[in-house]
Design a protein around this ligand. Sequence first.
Ligand SMILES: [Cu+2]
Length: 275
Amino acid sequence: MPFSRIRRTLPLAVAAALVPLAAHADQPKRWEIWHQQPASSIMETINDFHLQLMVISVLIVVLVLGLLAYCMWKFNERANPEPSRTTHNTLIEVIWTAVPVMILVGIAIPSFKLLYEEDVIPKAELTVKAIGHQWYWSYEYPDNGNFSFDATMVDDKDLQPKQPRLLTTANPVVLPIGTTVRVITTATDVIHAWAVPAFGVKVDSVPGRLNELWFKIDRIGTYYGQCSELCGVNHGFMPIQVEAVTKERYAQWVEEAKKKFASSMPAGDERLAAR
Ligand SMILES: [Cu+2]
């Protein structure tokens, strides 16, 4: 991948220039202009593709600007008092039609590949259901203990040191790294959207409908996202906090969570769980 070296160094350079050496966390940073550091293969591909598009766009801007400047310099009234009467030039017209088409096809191929990669969910090892409410998320772990919990935002006054404001939730979504996770999402009232930038996912949560997305988290960490669909006055206050841990720690957490959230089984599932 010709862009891989730039891809790796550019965001780091930008981050180093703009962010005073803060502890690494996968959350928005002040003056951030690049993506968050990818934590999934999908986000890596999105990053690559984004950079390719930037390079192509810059080349086009430079070319068009150059042509404009050249025309203004070469064909202005003073330099060129006797204007040419040329109206058509077949070769140039074929070129300026064919080249943009070729550029667009060149962009479409990796774009469709990426869309396909995002859309077709590999065999999932773990499913989590994210349900949007006005204004918080609740989660169900149907194939891992069958418990559910609410993830309301932690108020400013209750924040612990290092917990980012407007992003911290009372109960983070705990997930194992190196595992194909499928998130199915819906909503109970209006449309919300479940999004975590470091995983490269953003999918609408629509009442009466199940949408799905997938990712495989590369590294341990705390990842933050937000509802990404304008859903009412408290839209900005329904964050998403994902805690990525080792598979062993995850198994432990499931056992703890089964007890902790025992009273909040999804409605109608208590009898199933009791069997
Ligand atoms: Cu929302």
